[in-house]
Design a protein around this ligand. Structure first.
Ligand code: ASP
Ligand code: MG
Length: 406
C-alpha cells in the first residue's frame, strides 16, 4: 500500500471554513493512488480553553479525568473533518486514539506510545476511506484514555507513519516550513529546503515550535522522512526533515531557536562532595521534570552553587522539589527566576570550528546582551539571557551568521 500520513495543527483547523479548506487539501491527495491517513490537532487554542475550565473545577484536576477531557479536543476536529470529507465526496471515517489502536503507558498527561495495532486502520483503508485520527491520545492497559503531552499530535502522526510503513509523514502548519529563526520575531528568516534529524532535534528541544522534539526523535530512530508545509500555501515545497546528505551544509549554522521564557533555579551553598549532583537531579527526574542546562560552579570552602533551567511550566514544581532537596543535602537556599529566556544556534560540525562560539558571544555583546548561562552540545550553543533581550538576540545572531542567504 502506498500510504501517506498527513497531520494538521490546531491553527489549520481553527474554525469551520479552515476545516473545509483542509478537506480540500485531502481531496487533492486522494486523486492519485495514495492511501491517506490524516491526524488532527484540536481546534485553535481549544486545548488551552479545556485546561482553564478544568482549573476552575479544581486547582489540581484529577489526571485521569483531565486526559479524557483533553482528548475530546482532537475528537471534535476529527469528526467534523470526516463529516465534511464525506459530504464533499471523499469517503472517510474518524477514529479516536483508542479506536486507532494506539496503546500507551499509563502516565496521564505525558503518556508514551508503547505499540500501535494498525489492523483497524488498514481495514478502513482497504475500503478506500480516508482515515481521520484524533491526535495526541491513546489508551493504557487499563483501557483508560491517555494523552501524550502538549504538541503530542506530531508524535501520533510520525508514530502512525512508522507503524503503517508510510512513504512519508507530512506536517501541515501555519508557516512555510522550518525557518532559519522564528519568522514572527525575525524579519529576514527564510524557510530551509531541508534539514537533518539531529539538527532539527536540537532546534526543537531548544524552542523551535514548528514540530515537537519527540516526533523528530521517533522519525530519526525509524528513518521516517517528514515534510513540514504551510496549510494556507500548500503549493510551497516546505522543508524536508531527513538524514542529511548535503555535504555543503556541514560547518554552517542552520538555524536559531529561542525560548521566550525558561525557569532558572540556583541551589546555593551545596556541599561539594561525591553523590550530591545525583541527590539533586534524581528527585527532579522522579517528579518528571526535565532539566535543560546545568551549571556547577567551582567550589570555595567546599561549597558550590548549582544552577539549572527547566521549562517555565515546570518551574513551580521544580521549586517545590528543590526546597526539599536543600534540606536533605544541607545546602543553604534556593533562588529562582522566571525572567530569563534562551537563544541557541544549531549546526552540524560546530565543535570542529571554534569560531562559532566567539561569533555568537560577540554578536550578543554588540547588542549589550548579557549572557547568564552558556551550554553546548556537539552541534549547538545555547545562551540563557534576560527575557527582554531574547528577540534582540535572535535577530543579532541571524545577522551575524548571515542566515538570510541559503
Ligand atoms: N491539542 C494538543 C495541544 O494543544 C495537542 C496538539 O496540538 O498536538 O497541545
Ligand atoms: Mg495544539
Amino acid at each position: 500500500m502506498n500510504i501517506e500520513v498527513i497531520k494538521f495543527g490546531g491553527s489549520s483547523l481553527a474554525d469551520a471554513s479552515k476545516i473545509k479548506n483542509v478537506a480540500k487539501i485531502i481531496n487533492q491527495k486522494t486523486q492519485n493512488e495514495t492511501n491517506v491517513i490524516v491526524v488532527v490537532s484540536a481546534m485553535g487554542n481549544s486545548t488551552d480553553t479545556l485546561i482553564s475550565l478544568a482549573k476552575e473545577m479544581s486547582n489540581d484536576p484529577n489526571h485521569r479525568e483531565m486526559d479524557v477531557l483533553l482528548s475530546t479536543g482532537e475528537i471534535v476536529t476529527s469528526t467534523l473533518l470526516s463529516m465534511h470529507l464525506n459530504y464533499s465526496g471523499t469517503p472517510s471515517i474518524s477514529l479516536t486514539g483508542t479506536q486507532a489502536g494506539i496503546r500507551t503507558d499509563d502516565v496521564y498527561g505525558r503518556a508514551k506510545i508503547a505499540e500501535i495495532d494498525g489492523s483497524r486502520i488498514k481495514e478502513e483503508l482497504k475500503t478506500k476511506k480516508v482515515v481521520v485520527i484524533a491526535g495526541f491520545q491513546g489508551f493504557s492497559d487499563k483501557q483508560d484514555v491517555t494523552t501524550l503531552g502538549r504538541g503530542g499530535s506530531d508524535t501520533t502522526a510520525v508514530a502512525l507513519a512508522v507503524a503503517l510503513k508510510a512513504r512519508i509523514c507530512e506536517i501541515y502548519t501555519d508557516v512555510s516550513g522550518v525557518y532559519t529563526a522564528d519568522p514572527r520575531i525575525c524579519q529576514n528568516a527564510i524557510p530551509l529546503k531541508q534539514i537533518g534529524y539531529e539538527e532539527m532535534l536540537e532546534l526543537a528541544t531548544t524552542g523551535a515550535r514548528v514540530i515537537s522534539a519527540r516526533a523528530v526523535e521517533v522519525a530519526a530512530i525509524n528513518n521516517m522522512p517528514i515534510i513540514v508545509k504551510n496549510t494556507f500555501d500548500s503549493k510551497q515545497s516546505g522543508t524536508i526533515i531527513q538524514t542529511e546528505s548535503n555535504m555543503e551544509n556541514i560547518n554552517k549554522v542552520r538555524g536559531i531557536a529561542h525560548q521566550q521564557k525558561v525557569g532558572k533555579i540556583t541551589i546555593k551553598g551545596v556541599p561539594d562532595s561525591p553523590g550530591i549532583a545525583s541527590s539533586v537531579f534524581r528527585p527532579l527526574a522522579e517528579a518528571n521534570i526535565a532539566v535543560d542546562t546545568i551549571v556547577q560552579n567551582s567550589s570555595s570552602d567546599n561549597l558550590t552553587d548549582l544552577t539549572f533551567t527547566v521549562s517555565i511550566e515546570d518551574l513551580v514544581a521544580a521549586e517545590k522539589v528543590s526546597n526539599s532537596i536543600v534540606k536533605n543535602i544541607g545546602a543553604k537556599e534556593i533562588d529562582s527566576a522566571d525572567d530569563v529566556g534562551s537563544v541557541s544556534i544549531v549546526g552540524t560540525g560546530m565543535t570542529s570550528s571554534p569560531g562559532y562560539a566567539a561569533t555568537m558571544f560577540e554578536a550578543l555583546y554588540n547588542k549589550q546582551v548579557n549572557i547568564e548561562i552558556i551550554s553546548t552540545s556537539e552541534i549547538r550553543i545555547t545562551c540563557v539571557v534576560k527575557q527582554s533581550n531574547v528577540t534582540k538576540a535572535v535577530q543579532a545572531l541571524h545577522d551575524a551568521f548571515k542566515l538570510d542567504v541559503e
